[in-house]
Write a protein that binds this ligand. Structure first.
Ligand SMILES: Nc1nc2c(ncn2[C@@H]2O[C@H](COP(=O)(O)OP(=O)(O)O)[C@@H](O)[C@H]2O)c(=O)[nH]1
Ligand SMILES: [Mg+2]
Length: 391
């Protein structure tokens, strides 16, 4: 449900009229933290002031991945005067998204707000998010890109572009102008079993919206960059975001997305094939041998990418055997491709005159066969408990 079509979208009127009954509803505020000691006091105090103004009962749950920076001591001090507690996770991989899921699990109240610790998300807007949630949305996003929302004025062109492109990629998944926001309110009762969520990386809000099939409303916020502490966003997280989005496409668009992914991987494999074919000849290798050799990196590339992307949610299978099966299915596809071309051009006069069309038919037959064998055999169809482990 998008902003324009959504009767629940935030508006000043909605906030004002909801205020009275909303006051009765308590909220748990969940914040993942790692190395945020310098921000915790200001965060707790600003949350406390905002919640006091709204008249709601509240608790602040910090889910920390064992930061060795005095965060626990500061939280203990805050807990003496405010409803703040910290869950310290040890022995699990450090991860923002699973920290948020843990916080949601621990929340005492149905209404849950998730936000960052670095004060990029203004705590003063929490009551507005909660009021909008009292309309008819399942999740209310504190949105930088809804009308009236703002990003930090100091953002470089590169950062703006990066954020816009990443947002654009996720837009077909959910009708929300800021699907990557980390500031949102939801009702714990509308969430499916938390075990059904498999975020890879930072974008837990997107995961909840898409897999939870939540109805979304947006409240504009002014996002400001952190002043203290350091961001944990890195290149690895950005790469994981691409993997995450890819999985969500598979979830949302099913077979269509899988076929598109398979074709995309095949196209990228073709580039590898040509690159090796030309490169090896550049090294002085004879062209037929270069053709034979370039097949292997290309087929290996395709196998690995299909394993990591196209069939990412399929059960785990031993690599060597699966690779051999993939090579077999590729050779079968190649045989059908060339066989179709040969049969059409030698048996059908029309294709004899239009050999390029015969070539296209051959590629189509080979690709369809490849996909069917990969889908039904190489990567297996059966779902298992391991289906969603990360590879
Ligand atoms: N528990 C936990 N929190 C994290 C982790 N990485 C980041 N965070 C928290 O998630 C929020 C957003 O992280 P931040 O580094 O500000 O990311 P950015 O806003 O995208 O630059 C902050 O509150 C961080 O402390 C992590 O691995 N574990
Ligand atoms: Mg931040």
């Amino acid at each position: 449900m998008g902003l324009a079509r959504n009767p629940c979208s935030w508006s000043p009127q909605l906030t004002a009229t909801s205020q009275g009954r909303a006051d009765l509803k308590a909220a748990s505020i969940v914040v993942p933290t790692y190395g945020e000691a310098s921000n915790l006091r200001a965060l707790a105090e600003r949350v406390a002031a905002a919640m006091a103004a709204s008249g709601r009962t509240w608790e602040l749950i910090l889910v920390d991945d064992d930061s060795a920076d005095g965060s626990v001591e500061i939280t203990n001090e805050l807990a003496g005067r405010l409803p703040v507690r910290m869950e310290v996770r040890r022995g699990v991989p450090r991860d923002l998204s699973t920290a948020v899921l843990e916080g949601i699990r621990l929340a005492r109240f149905d209404r849950i707000v998730v936000m960052d610790a670095d004060l990029s998300h203004p705590p003063e807007r929490i009551p507005d998010l909660l009021c909008a949630l009292d309309g008819c949305a399942d999740i209310v996003v504190g949105s930088r890109y809804a009308p009236g929302g703002e990003i930090d004025q100091g953002w470089t062109v590169w950062r703006r572009l990066n954020s816009r492109l990443a947002t654009l990629l996720a837009r077909p998944l959910v009708a929300c102008k800021d699907p990557l926001a980390g500031f949102f309110a939801l009702d714990g009762n509308t969430l499916p079993d938390l075990g059904r969520f498999y975020p890879i990386g930072y974008k837990i809000g997107l995961e909840l919206m898409v897999r939870g099939r939540l109805r979304v409303a947006e409240v504009p916020i002014a996002f400001s960059d952190r002043v203290l502490g350091a961001s944990k966003l890195n290149w690895r997280q950005q790469f994981n975001y691409l993997r995450h989005v890819h999985r969500l496409y598979l979830f949302r668009y099913g077979r269509l997305a899988r076929v598109a992914s398979f074709l995309g991987v095949g196209a990228s494999g073709f580039v590898i094939d040509v690159a090796f074919y030309l490169g090896l000849q550049g090294l002085g290798i004879e062209h037929r041998l270069a053709r034979f050799l370039s097949f292997w990196p290309a087929v290996t590339w395709n196998w690995r990418l299909n394993r990591a992307l196209t069939f990412a949610e399929r059960p785990w299978r031993p690599r060597a055997r699966q690779w051999a099966q993939f090579v077999g299915s590729s050779l079968l596809g190649l045989g059908l491709n060339v066989g179709t071309y040969t049969a059409l051009t030698s048996l059908v006069a029309f294709f004899g005159r239009n050999r390029l069309l015969a070539l296209i038919c051959g590629v189509a037959v080979g690709s369809i066969a490849n996909y069917l064998v990969a889908n039904g055999w190489v990567y297996g169809r059966r779902r298992a408990a391991t289906a969603n482990r990360l590879r």
